[in-house]
Design a protein around this ligand. Structure first.
Ligand SMILES: CC(C)(COP(=O)(O)OP(=O)(O)OC[C@H]1O[C@@H](n2cnc3c(N)ncnc32)[C@H](O)[C@@H]1OP(=O)(O)O)[C@@H](O)C(=O)NCCC(=O)NCCSC(=O)c1cc(O)c2ccccc2c1O
Length: 268
């Protein structure tokens, strides 16, 4: 398989998907997501693969979410009614429905939609210098559904609301303490540790693991409906002056000024 935005490797039962846009801190665009979906589907169906690792290229970022520089006035090119040209829902679903464990190997920033990707993985191992957070309300966007309701399952409602309502950044240690990730290691040990976890998993019954994952998922599958509603709402929100202010502020490297939108609470 030929890919441009990702690397896809398979070795000794482990598939590794690496988002390979380090100059943009591994922000994703449509092509990135389409390639990731294809790779996850392939690895999910491959009987020789028992574990899938998801990571980012370079040493600065796992993924910082949607590539804000590729937004047009009403979203991304190729918009559909729900995915705004970015098939994020489909990617989240293929990660959840892959019938084997998916481990997020977080090697730096996991921000915005990139953070939600690590949230929907089954397990997460991070380097000591990893940084976690949501950023949508800063840039006039939101990756809600799994990004909100499932996040609350991981860290509790209070913390999840704090993460979204303040858009702060959290250290790996804070992430570990709030139950957002499973383990922290030195940056130089990250991939080895991820492979150790994967090899431990490879010694277990694949059918048991598949059913266990399905049973965990069944308890939260209704969130898929919330995700669809949220992305439908995002489609309406994109291109409004409020959303554009967040977008322009990011491009112009300034603090956004949303004050004029506070009173309206409606599409302006
Ligand atoms: C991540 C940061 C905190 C890093 O800060 P730092 O100071 O260390 O580095 P720089 O800010 O100088 O960044 C280096 C370089 O990378 C560019 N960059 C960073 N983030 C993005 C991005 N998201 N898109 C494009 N480019 C990015 C940055 O501009 C610099 O480039 P230069 O050319 O200037 O050198 C900090 O960078 C930061 O806060 N970044 C923004 C993160 C963010 O807002 N993420 C959320 C984006 S919205 C989103 O995730 C999203 C999710 C979805 O599911 C969607 C679904 C459907 C539609 C849209 C969606 C969507 O937008």
């Amino acid at each position: 398989m030929e890919f441009g935005d990702i690397l896809f490797e398979k070795e000794s039962g482990i598939a590794t998907i690496t988002i390979n846009r380090p100059k943009a801190l591994n922000a994703f665009r449509r092509q990135t997501l389409e390639e990731m979906i294809q790779a996850f589907e392939d690895a999910g169906q491959d009987p020789d693969i028992g574990v899938i690792l998801l990571t980012g290229a370079g040493d600065r970022a796992f993924c910082v979410g949607g590539d804000v520089k590729e937004w047009g006035p009403s979203g991304y090119d190729g918009s559909s009614w729900i995915d705004i040209g970015l098939p994020v829902i489909r990617l989240q679903e293929v990660i959840r429905s892959a019938p084997k464990p998916v481990i997020a190997v977080v090697n730096g920033y996991a921000i915005g939609g990139g953070h939600v990707l690590q949230v929907v993985c089954d397990l997460a191992i991070a380097s000591k210098n990893a940084i976690f957070g949501q950023a949508g309300p800063k840039v006039g966007s939101f990756d809600a559904g799994y990004g909100t309701a499932y996040l609350a399952r991981l860290v509790g409602e209070r913390k999840a609301r704090e993460i979204w309502m303040l858009c702060r950044q959290y250290s790996a240690e804070e992430a570990l303490n709030m139950g957002l990730i499973n383990k922290i290691v030195e940056p130089s040990e990250l991939m080895d540790e991820a492979r150790n976890w994967a090899n431990e998993i490879l010694r277990l019954s694949p059918s048991s693991l598949k059913m266990i994952k399905a049973s965990f998922n069944a308890d939260t599958d209704h969130i898929h409906g919330l995700t669809q509603l949220a992305f439908g709402a995002l489609n309406f929100f994109y291109g409004t002056p409020e959303s554009l202010e967040g977008h322009r502020a990011f491009i112009e490297k300034r603090t956004p000024d949303f004050s004029e939108f506070r009173a309206r609470g409606e599409r302006s």
